[in-house]
Design a protein. Structure first.
Length: 644
């Protein structure tokens, strides 16, 4: 009877034999990612005191002050004269007039000179007071500058502090999230940067107008100089934005660019979680010892193509596989973005950011996936950066270029972008050797990040899991292949776990026919490009191989992507044939043979003399050899069944 395609119903069986609570793999360390607590400056605004308005000088002159007293003296003298006093006693009249003049002039003169003295005193006090205000303002600005330097170096630590942060695993590890405004803003080195403080100075006298006294004009110039001096902060991290540039080329001698790029990569790894940023590396053009440490980063784990343990490629075959995976991933992302909304919109679409590193930017011209990343980078949340020996070798699609000349405090890196309005940056380049980079990567390697979100849709299903964890094993040491191959009951035949579900239980797939309470015998795995279909099939094949002897179960693998998807399981003792698009002439007869075999009567179970009973599914050796030889194009291989 011909078998028909049946729906695959994947169910969770909590009490099934072989299921076990999911336990973390030994050697892994769970890291709880706490909320980010952002430190701030003690003040975000400061006003440098400007020069006060000049004091108004006394406007009355000495002669003007004598007018009123002289008028009074003249009037009094006229009165005396016309009253006859002057005729009876002229001397008395003269003395009286002199007394009146002196009595009026002396107070006027005293008041005149006293006003001048008080004015000069107020001017001196004004100058002294403003001078003290300027001194206090400069002291406060110096304190704020130190505070800002410490804060910014805490946000973007230098290489030596970065290592301590990775080893210490404190609350600031992996602190930047996708929604943070400084996400993937990475440090190039220390330099001079604008202050974050809104520093004001009311310059009402921009050209030292003549209404200022020389002393006030001098203090005004000092205040303006102080404001200009503290608008820039020295020895703070100079950062560039990878999310804006999309692609960045580091140009210069390799001995100068490599230490800086190592620091940039470690900055990205320490500041961002593997759930938000994944590192992909295409190596091989430069000394491998300088970049081999990348394989230890958790950001490079489970992000590669097919069965690759890391997303770092260093030879031809691995680069080809990784490039194919990257192309599929970008194609899937592009489709998701286009389905989400209009062109340029990424609302409702969330991807982890991909950092693609090339140790030689020449690879851009030879790889379709990298060219696609160069063209669609920011839109698909991917940033490409790499090394070039000269600016002329940087691809034209790079929106940012960092030219490195020298190392450390004696060197200089100049970063510029093609976008208008972005000012070039200059600083001394950070330096990190390969040994420190490896210490940082190894400190991060065992971490498994827990980042619970306050969302009703949140799930306890892990976002990343190893192959052995998906099968319920903590590590390879717990696997007893001989014991697993000795199946005792028919219900366990053709059953394998696919991975944990919510609550830590395992999801089991049973490929037996539905008449035997299974889900099979046929199934279909559907999904978009890059969704993980190949990973699921490899998990299925690996799980079945671990639980079934080659005497019980064989695989005929068909791969129309050149054979890379199943290359890792082609050497299993269960695999009798691997059909690829390179040998299509063999595909039809092999598949026809399988269809014919499905219609032939099945052999009865073989008798196990040692156990005194039937062993389910076990065929005589002659039948197994005949079955394998009947597959057209099959290559004979020796298979040793487990003893005991």
């Amino acid at each position: 009877m011909a078998a028909s395609m049946t729906a695959v119903d994947l169910r969770t069986e909590a009490g099934s034999a072989g299921s076990a609570p999911r336990t973390p793999a030994p050697g892994r360390v769970t890291f709880n990612r706490p909320p980010r607590l952002r430190a701030t400056l003690s003040t975000d605004k400061f006003e440098v005191p400007a020069a006060p308005a000049p004091l108004q000088k006394p406007t009355t002159s000495f002669a003007t002050g004598l007018v009123v007293p002289l008028v009074a003296v003249v009037a009094m003298g006229s009165l005396f004269m016309f009253g006859g006093i002057s005729q009876s006693n002229p001397a008395y009249m003269t003395l009286t007039v002199i007394a009146l003049i002196l009595g009026s002039a002396l107070p006027t003169a005293w008041m005149f000179f006293e006003d001048r003295r008080r004015f000069k005193q107020r001017v001196r006090e004004q100058l002294e007071q403003h001078g003290r205000r300027l001194q206090n303002a400069e002291l406060e600005l110096a304190r704020l500058r130190t505070e800002e330097q410490d804060l910014r170096n805490e946000e973007d630590p230098p290489p030596e502090d970065l290592e301590r942060r990775a080893i210490g695993r404190g609350r600031r590890l992996f602190e930047r999230r996708l929604a943070d405004p400084d996400f993937l803003h990475l440090r190039l080195g220390p330099g001079l940067a604008p202050t974050r403080i809104d520093l004001g100075f009311r310059d009402d006298h921009p050209h030292d107008t003549p209404d200022l006294t020389p002393e006030l004009a001098r203090l005004h110039r000092e205040g303006r100089h102080t404001a200009d001096q503290y608008r820039q902060v020295p020895d703070v991290p100079i950062r560039f934005d990878l999310t804006r540039a999309g692609a960045v080329g580091f140009a210069g001698r390799y001995r100068d660019t490599a230490p800086l790029v190592r620091s940039v990569l470690c900055q990205a790894a320490v500041q961002h979680s593997p759930d938000d940023v994944r590192v992909i590396g295409f190596l091989g053009a430069r000394p491998l010892d300088d970049w081999a440490w990348l394989k230890w980063l958790p950001h490079a784990r489970s992000g590669g193509a097919g069965a690759m343990a890391t997303s770092i490629a260093w030879d031809g075959p691995s680069r080809q596989s990784l490039s194919r995976w990257l192309f599929d991933e970008l194609t899937s992302r592009k489709r998701a973005v286009e389905e989400a909304g209009p062109v340029g919109s990424t609302d409702g679409v969330s991807f982890p950011w991909l950092l693609v590193f090339l140790d030689d930017l020449h690879a851009v011209h030879d790889d379709a996936a990298i060219r696609m990343a160069l063209a669609e980078g920011v839109r698909l949340r991917i940033t490409l950066f790499g090394l070039a020996d000269d600016v002329r070798q940087v691809p034209g699609g790079c929106k940012g270029v960092a030219v490195v000349d020298g190392r450390g405090s004696r060197g200089q890196v100049t970063y510029a972008e093609t976008a208008s309005g972005v000012q070039p940056l200059e600083c001394a380049p950070d330096v990190m050797d390969a040994e420190r980079a490896e210490r940082i990567a190894r400190a991060l390697a065992p971490l498994v990040v827990l980042d619970d979100v306050a969302d009703s849709s949140a799930s306890d299903i892990p976002s990343r899991i190893s192959f052995f964890e998906s099968l319920g094993y903590a590590n390879v040491d717990q696997i007893e292949v001989g014991e697993a191959w000795r199946l005792s009951t028919v219900p366990n035949l053709l059953r394998t776990p696919l991975g944990p579900v919510g609550g830590g239980e395992l999801l089991w797939l049973d490929l037996k026919e539905q008449s035997q309470s299974g889900h099979g015998p046929h199934g279909l795995v559907a999904g978009t490009t890059g969704a993980g279909k190949s990973e699921l099939l490899l998990t299925l094949i690996g799980g079945l191989a671990l639980r079934h002897s080659p005497d019980v179960l064989n695989f005929v693998l068909v791969d129309y992507k050149g054979g890379d998807a199943f290359q890792s399981v082609a050497d299993l003792p269960h695999t009798v044939a691997l059909i690829t698009d390179l040998d299509r002439h063999l595909a039809r007869p092999r598949l026809a043979h399988l269809a014919q075999r499905d219609q032939t009567p099945r052999a009865p179970p073989a008798r196990d003399a040692r156990r005194g009973g039937d062993q389910p599914g076990r065929l005589p050796a002659s039948s197994r050899r005949a079955r394998a030889d009947a597959v057209p194009g099959h290559r004979r291989r020796r298979v040793r069944a487990p003893q005991g």
